[in-house]
Design a protein around this ligand. Structure first.
Ligand code: ADP
Ligand code: MG
Length: 318
């Protein structure tokens, strides 16, 4: 099994035709057509075995997730995904691994019409670097920098499931709730349609990968504002509530990470319109507001700050 037959397998198993791919896998570089009046949006993420995923992760899940985390970044910009490049480092020329990886990748790529147009295949410790490219109408990208005092803060879907799946009690039990959490960890659904729906509405947007408090903190820093979140408003799934008490749910939702939901700010009077627009795109919940100043504060139902120790926040500061 050579590097070239592996590449051939990847090309065959991920084949997806797009009219804007003038030249795909097989030459020295891909040639892609970007429509007039649109901008190219590019991002990349590396997943290293033993660091970003357990070494025994199913290869198909790895293929899915390597694309999902990048589509989530494109979603946070409001972009429409189009193309991807895959740099794969493998300990051995393992055709079965590559076939399963490509199948998981192709499952998600097919959902969004993403064409794999190139990459690199090398020997070494298992690691996956995925570059995703998308487009959007020029000047419409959602950034971290536009939040304004008075905006409402929203988040799509539910928070904390993926982090919950990594907790010992979730890992050792087998139940429908556990399966639901593990699905969120291994097969996250990037909020691509939601991101596009937010163009022209959201003032600032980020995808939640490191945990809500940390990621909203990036929005606040980039925008020169602060945020106040209502602890009781953070959306958590029925599965998470079935497995963890209220304090643990709050900690996982506020600081867990690996959620791949979108957190964004928008004028408060657009809440009803947003709820309607995102109802069939994972749903959306208003969780707080943007204020003058800086930093993110989590408040209880009396408006008192929730002690940071209760949220696990300090674990994410080092
Ligand atoms: P080069 O030596 O010019 O980098 P390669 O032999 O590395 O060429 O790659 C040959 C072709 O296969 C190129 O079009 C490259 O983009 C593609 N390719 C290599 N590895 C991958 C991969 N893991 N996934 C997708 N395309 C790949
Ligand atoms: Mg190469």
């Amino acid at each position: 099994m050579s590097e070239f037959s592996l590449i051939d397998d990847i090309r065959r198993l991920t084949a997806h035709a797009r009219g804007d791919v003038a030249l795909g896998i097989g030459d020295d570089a891909a040639v892609l057509a970007v429509a007039p009046a649109r901008q190219l949006v590019a991002c990349t993420d590396t997943l290293v075995a033993g660091v970003h995923f357990p070494v025994d992760t199913a290869p198909a899940d790895l293929g899915w997730k390597s694309l999902a985390v990048n589509l989530s970044d494109l979603a946070a910009m409001g972009a429409e995904p189009a193309w991807a490049l895959l740099a794969l480092t493998l300990p051995a020329a393992d055709a079965a691994f590559v076939a399963a990886f490509a199948a998981g990748f192709a499952e998600l790529a097919g959902e969004y019409g993403v064409a794999l147009v190139g990459g690199d295949t090398t020997a070494g410790p298992l690691s996956v670097t995925l570059t995703a490219l998308g487009t959007l109408p020029a000047g419409t990208a959602l950034t971290r920098a536009g939040a304004r005092a008075g905006d409402a803060v929203f988040v799509t879907g539910t928070l904390g499931d993926a982090a919950g799946a990594l907790r010992p009690q979730a890992a050792t039990e087998s139940s429908a709730a556990n399966a639901a959490l593990r699905a969120r960890l291994h097969r996250p659904s990037p909020r691509v349609a939601a991101g596009q729906a937010l163009r022209g509405v959201a003032h600032a947007c980020i995808d939640v990968s490191d945990g809500l408090l940390a990621d909203l903190g990036h929005v606040c820093a980039a925008s020169g504002v602060g945020a106040e979140l209502e602890a009781d408003a953070l959306p958590v799934s029925a599965a998470l509530r079935a497995l963890f008490d209220a304090d643990a749910c709050l900690e996982l939702a506020a600081a867990g990470g690996d959620d791949y939901e979108l957190c964004f700010t928008a004028p408060a009077d657009r809440e009803a319109e947003l709820v309607a627009a995102l109802a069939d795109r994972g749903g959306v919940t208003r969780i707080g507001r943007i204020v003058a100043g800086g930093g993110v504060r989590l408040l209880d139902s009396d408006g008192e700050p929730v002690p940071l120790a209760r949220t696990g926040w300090e674990h994410f500061r080092s």
